[in-house]
Unconditional design. Structure first.
Length: 123
């Protein structure tokens, strides 16, 4: 997908994520903040990351969070989800997640490069 030009404004849209799976790739502080927001919206979460920020680990222990304790392995990690969020801290890894999401027709938030994602959330 090509980045938006200055004259193109992203469409603001509300999503009903109740009981819908969202895949988050990366386990840091940014993902922890987004996970809290998504859980408050009623989403079920899958987190793909070899390690978790302490706050995210706490969420994973007590809520609807499925933690895959490893690095992202490709499009199969996105199976069944409705939305993807990537914040690995590695621009190449995040770009791969976004490409896989695009190929699967899934919207993807790229936390590190919002303009390159197909979806955005408030900072």
């Amino acid at each position: 997908m090509s980045p938006a030009t200055p004259d193109q404004t992203p469409l603001l849209l509300g999503l009903d994520l109740r009981d819908r799976l969202v895949t988050l790739v990366g386990g840091g502080a940014v993902t922890a903040r987004r996970a809290r927001m998504l859980l408050a919206a009623g989403a079920r979460l899958r987190v793909v990351s070899p390690v978790l920020h302490p706050e995210l680990a706490e969420l994973a222990a007590g809520q609807s969070v499925d933690w895959l304790a490893r690095r992202y392995r490709g499009a199969a990690d996105l199976a069944g989800c409705w939305l993807v969020h990537t914040a690995t801290g590695d621009p190449e890894a995040d770009a791969q997640v976004a490409r896989d999401a695009e190929a699967a027709r899934l919207f993807c938030v790229q936390a590190g490069r919002a303009e390159e994602g197909s979806a955005r959330v408030p900072a």
